[in-house]
Ligand binder design. Structure first.
Ligand code: ADP
Ligand code: MG
Length: 323
C-alpha cells in the first residue's frame, strides 16, 4: 500500500510543553516508534505540522534586537521543515536500518487571490491567557483567536493548490525510499507573471496539503494523526459522541473548528471523494489500528467497517448486516 501520514504539530509538541529541543526530540522518537512498523511494510510519505514550532521561531525573531524586521513566514516554515525533518530523518534511519529515508524541503503553490489572506485562521505559537494575548496583539500587530480555553496568534492559511516537488516525491517512493516532506503544509509560494516562484506570508494547513499530496501520488490511504483518538460529534459538550466509520457526506454535515479539526475533516473528505480511498483521523499510537479500521474515525465511500470488524464506537454501525 501507498500511505500518506500527516503528523500533528501538537503531537510533536503538546500544548503547554516547554518547546525545548529535548522535549520535541523525545516526542519525535515516540512518533517514529509508532510509524516505523508501517514504513517497514508500506510505501510511506510522512508530512508534519509546524504550528507550535513556526510560532516559536516567529517569537524568537520578534525578540531579536539585531533584526530590522522578523523573518517572513515562508522562511520560518522552511526552517521548521529543516528542524523537524532532520529529527524525523535520523529517527527513521535508526528505526529502519538499510532503508533509504529522505527529508525534503518542499514548496506548496497557493493563489495570491485566496480570501484566506484577509481572514487568518491558522494557530501558531504558544497559548496565552486572553489578556496576555490581547496585549501582544496590540503591541505586535497580531491577529489572535480562541483555541479551546486559551488564546493564540493566527496567520493566513490559503488553500494548497499543488506541491511543487510532487514528481520528485513520487520518484523517491517508487525507488523504495521513505519520504518526509511537505512539513508545515509546505513553504507557501505563488507563481508570478514571469512564472517565477516566490514565498508568501502564510502557513498552509498540513492536513489539506497531505490530502492534496495523497491524491497526486495515488495513495491508498491518508492517515491524519493527532493528539485525540477520534473525531467527536458535539466535542466538549455533555452530548459528546465519538464518530467511528463514516462517509464524506456524513462528516461534512458536522461542524468543526477551522483552526483544528475542521481542516482534518475537510482533508479526509477531499481525499476520499477524489480517490475512493480511505482516510483516517486518530491518535499517533493507533496508526496501525487506523489502517485496520479498528480505531479512530475512518472515512470511506461506504462508511462501513471492514467485514468481521464490529465498531464499538458507532452504535448505528451496520457493517455486520452486510455480511
Ligand atoms: P494537529 O497539530 O494534530 O493538527 P490540531 O490542534 O490542529 O492538532 O487538531 C487537533 C485538536 O482538535 C484536538 O486536540 C482537539 O482539541 C481539537 N478538536 C476540535 N474539535 C474536535 C472534535 N470535534 N473532535 C475531536 N477533536 C476536536
Ligand atoms: Mg492542526
Amino acid at each position: 500500500m501507498r500511505i500518506v501520514v500527516a503528523l500533528g504539530g501538537n503531537a510533536l509538541l503538546r500544548r503547554g510543553d516547554r518547546p525545548d529541543a529535548a522535549v520535541q526530540h523525545a516526542n519525535i522518537r515516540a512518533a517514529v516508534a509508532a510509524l516505523a512498523p508501517l514504513a517497514a511494510r508500506h510505501e510511506v510519505v510522512i508530512t508534519h505540522g509546524n504550528g507550535p514550532q513556526v510560532g516559536l521561531l516567529a517569537l524568537q525573531n520578534a525578540a531579536d534586537p539585531a533584526l530590522t524586521r522578523p523573518y517572513p513566514f515562508d522562511v520560518l516554515g522552511a526552517e521548521t521543515q529543516g528542524m523537524i525533518g532532520y529529527w524525523l530523518l535520523q529517527s527513521l534511519q535508526n528505526a529502519l536500518p538499510g532503508r533509504q529515508v529522505c527529508a525534503l524541503l518542499n514548496q506548496t503553490l497557493v493563489s495570491a487571490a485566496d480570501p484566506a489572506f484577509h481572514d487568518p485562521t491558522k494557530f501558531v505559537g504558544p497559548v496565552y491567557a486572553r489578556e496576555e494575548a490581547e496585549r501582544l496583539a496590540a503591541e505586535r500587530g497580531w491577529t489572535i483567536r480562541q483555541d479551546g480555553p486559551h488564546w493564540r496568534r493566527v496567520v493566513p492559511s490559503p488553500d494548497p493548490q499543488r506541491v511543487v516537488e510532487t514528481r520528485l516525491i513520487r520518484l523517491l517512493l517508487t525507488s523504495g525510499a521513505v519520504a518526509v516532506c511537505a512539513g508545515g503544509g509546505g513553504v507557501p509560494v505563488i507563481r508570478d507573471e514571469e512564472g517565477q516562484l516566490a514565498g508568501v506570508e502564510a502557513v498552509v494547513d498540513k492536513d489539506l496539503t497531505a490530502a492534496l499530496l495523497a491524491e497526486a501520488l495515488d495513495a491508498d490511504a491518508l492517515l491524519l494523526l493527532t493528539d485525540v483518538p477520534q473525531v467527536v460529534r458535539g466535542y466538549g459538550t455533555a452530548q459528546a459522541e465519538p464518530i467511528g466509520h463514516t462517509t464524506p457526506a456524513r462528516l461534512r454535515a458536522e461542524h468543526f473548528p477551522s483552526g483544528s479539526m475542521g481542516p482534518k475533516a475537510e482533508a479526509a473528505c477531499r481525499f476520499v471523494e477524489l480517490t475512493g480511498g480511505t482516510a483516517a483521523i486518530g491518535a499517533l499510537d493507533d496508526a496501525q489500528a487506523l489502517l485496520d479500521g479498528t480505531a479512530g474515525t475512518i472515512v470511506t465511500p461506504s462508511g462501513h467497517a471492514p467485514r468481521g470488524i464490529e465498531d464499538p464506537r458507532n452504535p448505528t454501525d451496520t457493517s455486520r448486516d452486510q455480511t
